[in-house]
Design a protein around this ligand. Structure first.
Ligand SMILES: C[S@@+](CC[C@H](N)C(=O)[O-])C[C@H]1O[C@@H](n2cnc3c(N)ncnc32)[C@H](O)[C@@H]1O
Length: 416
């Protein structure tokens, strides 16, 4: 069965690359939808898919990965609470928040719960939540969840905001009423926002399904929709150098939060000023002034080479600053560099800084990121073992030490 046309259609409609959602997933969705519609072949199904909105919706519902849960990563929600609290103290207008893609509602409802927890009046904020999948938006509006929507360690909020009926958890109406759900496509953000601008946009775990060109298009749209001092939250795997075109890291480690680049350009250039002439070259051009074509070509080879050198320079600066004892400055630089790099060495250095600062949980998270990329990173393994031991996690520390011993043994046993 040739799925090329359907893959192309999916990409054009949603920006999603078929290989990122999985070809088998697409094949299965087509097989199921063909059977349900009694189509004899893919060509017949393609006509149905491209001409009937109801089939468009049914196919999208089958093919999209809607994986999500309440308080997915905790740090973003802590930072969000701080930001909104400060903002509502200063501003008379409500704080506008957008969650796109919202999937089945766990993310926007977590936002509402986080704000309710710190006692922010419901008139002080507005939460819009958008997803392309009609079925999932209907589920979100119902606000009824199963246990797998609650995967975080902290489940105190369950008793406060949900009522358990049988195996399911029903969200209370007060929280449900704080989120406005809509069906929409992020590629069409300007139209679906209908003139609204946001103080905060959560766009998490969507860009990972896109190629670089689509990521840049979406980031540009988000940039346009954010208020001057707005903040973007992304997924951890999305906090990469592509974002750097329009945004710059802000907030604590692990928040994966960004402000519009123009806003803190002065502050950023002050941070990097002394780092090297390469940094200066990299920040010479204001990306917001470049036309889109230029922006796309600027992620070309030469620019990436400069960016790599710039990251290396910054990493060694962090080491120097940390060794000089200025751990606050080192940690601030870590936040900047982590938004630009997915390099295990960078994460390792930042883990050391967090360790030195007495923040073992952040250090552990960073060390574990390193091991995802390089499971045999010896220095990281030894630091992680010590970190866990110091916090009384003896069994985990022993496991890591065993890993190190095996690794060393394998290296000795290996011929040559
Ligand atoms: C993995 S979920 C992410 C949900 C949530 N933001 C999170 O991080 O937990 C990805 C969602 O993206 C939605 N999606 C995919 N393409 C989209 C598009 N072009 N516009 C809006 N939503 C889209 C899917 O329907 C799916 O619900």
């Amino acid at each position: 069965m040739s799925l090329n046309r359907i893959e192309k259609w999916l990409f054009e409609k949603t920006g999603v690359l078929s290989e990122r959602v999985g070809l088998e997933r697409i094949r299965q969705a087509v097989v199921i939808r063909m059977a349900e519609n009694e189509c004899l072949n893919v060509d017949e199904y393609f006509v149905l898919l491209t001409n009937f909105e109801s089939e468009h919706d049914a196919f999208i519902a089958k093919v999209m990965v809607s994986e999500t849960w309440f308080f997915r990563d905790e740090v973003p929600y802590h930072f969000l609470s701080d930001v909104v609290q400060q903002r509502v103290k200063k501003e008379s207008l409500p704080c506008h928040i957008l969650s796109i893609p919202s999937s089945s509602g766990e993310e926007p409802y977590s936002i509402a719960i986080a704000l309710s927890e710190i006692g922010i009046d419901k008139e002080k904020y507005i939460i819009d939540a958008i997803d392309i999948n009609r079925e999932i938006i209907e589920k979100a509006r119902e606000g009824i969840y199963r246990a797998h929507s609650f995967r975080g360690k902290d489940k105190k909020f369950l008793d406060l905001y949900f009522k358990k009926i049988g195996e399911k958890y029903h969200l209370n109406n007060a929280i449900k009423s704080r989120v406005n759900f809509a069906i929409g496509n992020v590629l069409d953000l300007d139209n679906i926002c209908a003139g609204r601008f946001y103080d905060i946009i959560f766009c998490r775990n969507l860009l990972i399904y896109y190629d670089q060109k689509t990521q840049l298009q979406v980031l540009e749209k988000i940039h346009n929709r954010l208020q001057k001092n707005g903040i973007l939250f992304t997924g951890h795997a999305e906090a990469n150098s592509i974002l750097n075109q329009y945004f710059t890291g802000i907030g604590p480690l692990g928040a994966f939060s960004f402000s519009k680049r123009k806003i803190i350009a002065d502050q950023t250039s002050r941070n990097f000023e002394e780092t090297s002439h390469l940094n200066n070259r990299a920040s010479e051009s204001n990306p917001l002034k470049i036309e889109k074509e230029e922006a796309l070509s600027s992620v070309g080879h030469q620019e990436r080479h400069h960016a790599d050198l710039y990251i290396q320079e910054l990493a060694s600066k962090i080491e120097k600053v940390a060794n000089s004892g200025d751990l606050d400055e080192a940690s601030r630089l870590c936040q900047v560099i982590l938004s630009d790099s997915l390099d295990p060495e960078v994460y390792y250095v930042c883990g050391l800084v967090m360790e030195a600062k007495g923040e073992p949980h952040s250090a552990e998270a960073l060390f574990r990121m390193v091991l995802r990329w390089d499971s045999e990173h010896y220095n990281t393994l030894t630091h992680l073992a010590a970190n866990l031991q110091a916090r009384g996690k003896n069994a985990e520390a022993t496991k890591i030490r065993k890993r190190i011993t095996h690794q060393l043994k394998d290296n000795v046993d290996e011929p040559g």
